[in-house]
Design a protein around this ligand. Structure first.
Ligand SMILES: Cc1cc2nc3c(=O)[nH]c(=O)nc-3n(C[C@H](O)[C@H](O)[C@H](O)COP(=O)(O)O)c2cc1C
Length: 264
């Protein structure tokens, strides 16, 4: 388990990393140089430092020194905007100060999540540094992963697709091993959804737990039969019992043929 930090003050971020290490004993610390969110960028955090690489280098150096011997990794985007794509140079700086792995999201900050991830730049980074490079962006199925692993990267990182399909990792592992993959049944999916909700409510209480689950429920039910109607109903669910009941009636509706089964 790694803990990710962002910030633009080398000394304070180093101190934060030390406190996190004492607090949760992570296996590694990751520095986020990729976040595009305004609330992070306006404080010079996340992808903002891609525009100020001397400061990015000082931040990474301070965190590496503060964490030693614990490994420090970094996540970057390919640049601030299309006119300043600088992932190769950024990766070299990070490697130079002792960052042990670099994850690259193949978009610029200006792109946000629009357009496509540029895997050519990711491949160029993988060729330019000797630390492992993890490619990230737009992998949504095993075929994407099979294609992207040819880019010379040491690993793949999956974001959004895992939020609606957490089984994607098994699917990809099967594809890499040349083994058949059996996708989860609808009953498996509901069992998983309810387990997540039960653990979340046990941890945070029913009110906050169910509120926190809302986004997850919307993602998990993408592509399910009658999904749109289901999501309308989920929006009003605030107790675990109501969610369990909704799961039961959805499974019954599909089994009885009232809702058509579709491939997810
Ligand atoms: C809701 C959301 C939250 C994210 N939070 C983080 C984060 O805290 N740290 C991070 O490094 N990336 C974060 N990302 C970016 C993803 O890790 C990933 O780089 C991006 O979604 C592109 O990969 P994908 O096409 O597989 O989704 C977030 C993405 C989304 C959609």
């Amino acid at each position: 388990m790694g803990v990710q930090l962002f910030g633009a003050d080398p000394e304070r971020l180093g101190e934060a990393a030390r406190q996190v290490i004492d607090w949760v004993s992570p296996d590694f610390i990751d520095i986020n140089f990729g976040c595009p969110a305004n609330k992070v960028v306006c404080r010079n955090g996340g992808s903002s430092l891609l525009r100020d690489r001397p400061l990015l280098e000082r931040v990474a150096d301070a965190v590496v020194k503060a964490c030693a011997p614990l490994p420090v990794t970094a996540k970057i985007r390919i640049g601030w905007d299309a006119n300043s794509v600088n992932a190769v140079e950024t990766a070299r700086l990070l490697e130079g100060v002792g960052v042990t792995r670099i994850a690259v999201h193949g978009r610029t900050r200006a792109q946000g999540y629009s357009g496509n991830a540029d895997w050519e730049v990711i491949a160029a980074v993988a060729r330019s540094v000797s630390v492992p490079v993890i490619g990230n962006g737009d992998i949504s199925c095993a075929e994407d992963a099979l294609l992207r692993r040819q880019c010379g990267v040491s690993g793949l990182m999956i974001g959004r697709a895992a939020m609606s399909n957490p089984w994607i990792f098994t699917e990809i592992k099967c594809a890499f091993a040349g083994e058949p993959y059996s996708p989860p049944t609808l009953a498996d999916r509901w069992e998983f959804i309810l387990r997540h909700a039960r653990e979340e409510t046990a941890r945070r209480g029913e009110l906050h737990g169910m509120r926190g689950m809302r986004g997850r429920l919307m993602a998990y039910t993408r592509g399910l039969p009658g999904g749109r109607h289901l999501r309308g109903e989920l929006a009003g669910v605030s107790t675990l019992a109501a969610l369990e009941e909704l799961g039961r009636s959805h499974l019954e509706g599909v089994a009885s043929g009232a809702l058509q089964q579709v491939a997810v």
